[in-house]
Design a binder for this molecule. Structure first.
Ligand SMILES: [Zn+2]
Length: 105
């Protein structure tokens, strides 16, 4: 079963751990409350424990943006959502703007 990481939304847990791990089935509902202190928590996406997606549509479904280099300074956004440009050019910020918000560092 995959292991999910959860983070306390409002500060520390009474147990002292802000982030904790829970082993859950894919079918299980995600937790909204910490099992030890009852505070609200949110699930983090943990790439470590999830098998690596192999197709562009899987990346897209997971909320990732994948860029493929097509030419010098030109990248195709193969996971683009509606309203995003297909190609981005490194020296043209307008073509990149709509996508930056999707890129996590
Ligand atoms: Zn807690």
């Amino acid at each position: 079963m995959p292991i999910y990481e959860y983070e306390h939304i409002n500060g520390e847990c009474s147990s002292g751990k802000k982030v904790f791990e829970v082993e859950q089935s894919f079918k299980d509902e995600k937790l909204t409350r910490c099992p030890s202190c009852g505070a609200p928590v949110r699930r983090l996406i943990s790439l470590i424990h999830i098998s690596t997606p192999t197709t562009n549509s899987e990346y897209k479904n997971m909320g990732f943006t994948k860029l493929v280099r097509r030419d010098s300074g030109v990248y195709e956004n193969v996971t683009r959502q509606e309203g995003q440009p297909r190609y981005m050019e490194a020296d043209k910020p307008d073509t990149v703007k709509g996508v930056l918000s999707n890129i996590a560092d």
